[in-house]
Design a protein around this ligand. Structure first.
Ligand SMILES: [Mg+2]
Length: 155
């Protein structure tokens, strides 16, 4: 079976309203739960998920959001969008010192060796993530999610 995992912020969820807080490193505002819950999904991501499900692929989430702080809000948002996806992988305490690219590479290495999956692909808007996984695992393991930049918004 093929497993497809989507990044959350900027890939599945349209986090543009929270982006100024990100640029300002204002983490309490960036991780504000009401702001997170109220943001829409990217239509292109929803279309891709439907397509993968029709193809019989398993669809999950792989995000560097923190397990201890963001699990509940992430699962609630997914349900609000009607997305019943599994697994939903967040950055746990053991990996909290890893930067998002290193964390995602670590998880992708683990997933690709699971016997139940013959193929694992990550969709991510972060070019650093895309570059690292391409370099370490190969280009077939990652797709650069570019719908945001396609709309002329800052990537
Ligand atoms: Mg992202």
């Amino acid at each position: 079976m093929k497993l497809v995992v989507f990044d959350m912020d900027g890939t599945l969820s349209d986090d543009r309203a929270r982006r100024p807080a990100y640029e300002a490193k204002d983490w309490p505002s960036y991780w504000d739960e009401e702001a997170m819950l109220s943001e829409p999904a990217w239509p292109e991501a929803l279309r891709l998920i439907r397509q993968h499900e029709e193809d019989g692929d398993q669809v999950g989430v792989l995000t560097a959001r923190l397990e201890d702080y963001n699990r509940e809000v992430t699962e609630k948002w997914l349900l609000d969008q009607g997305l019943f996806v599994t697994p939903v992988i967040l950055r746990d305490d053991e990996n909290k010192e890893k930067r998002p690219p290193e964390f995602k590479l670590f998880v992708m290495k683990y997933l690709k060796d699971m016997p139940m999956y013959d193929q694992v692909v990550l969709y991510d808007n972060d070019i650093e993530v895309v570059d690292l996984i391409t370099k370490e695992l190969g280009p077939e393991f990652v797709v650069h999610a570019t719908w945001e930049s396609a709309e002329g918004e800052p990537a």
